[in-house]
Write a protein that binds this ligand. Sequence first.
Ligand SMILES: [Zn+2]
Length: 251
Amino acid sequence: MNDICRMKIIPLSEGTFTIDKTKQFVPFDDGTDVLKARPVGSLLVEIQPFVVITSKDVLLIDTGLGFSDGNGVMQLHKNLKEAGIDPGSITKVLMSHLHKDHAGAVSEDSDRSRLCFPGATYYVQERELDYALDKGLPSYLPEEIQALKGASNVVLLTEDHGLIDNYIEYQVTGAHSMFHQVFWIREEEEIIFFGADDAPQLPQMKQRYAAKYDHDGKKAMELRKQWWEKGAEEKWTFLFYHDFKTPVLKA
Ligand SMILES: [Zn+2]
């Protein structure tokens, strides 16, 4: 086997946050903050988009919170550069769903009419976009994602299931959000799986737990079980967007 062909995975952590029923993401410093001091029911989550470099593409998977620093530089762009990736080299942006912690850097913080990756092709479920624009706060920020409508470099997916460029499979699950989708990226004998918020953290793969924050928590729970079993069989590499310990796991 030739090592040069292997896909490269780069997690781009934006930090650890707590989130409660107000759906506000509050930064959490492991060294100084105490989880118990946060409102009851607060969840501790990492926010981390991924870059996957394949033989054909530099893929960006989900786009993080979309925060920028005092100089108007997007954190995602900064994180990409620190990882040695020119933001202009991203060829495809895959969106699992459009909740604000996944879709923040779809467009520029300083000008929401401009997409952050004008040279890339964005892949978005059209029904998720329509739902998000209609529904709005607190889970969606329409101004962040409005620019996806009508842009020439956006592919609005209308099917529940399909293939992008013959090697990236998408499947609408409707579990975490009504039109949430997951991805498998296949190259040579490797399979990378991104379950996004249907499979956000490693511990949830191992315990049976239906989350109240999901659109269909029971379905997400069943899917996690199926994926965990199939992934073990087929040696998938799992990407966990919200896991602060194990962003990437090879089964
Ligand atoms: Zn979500």
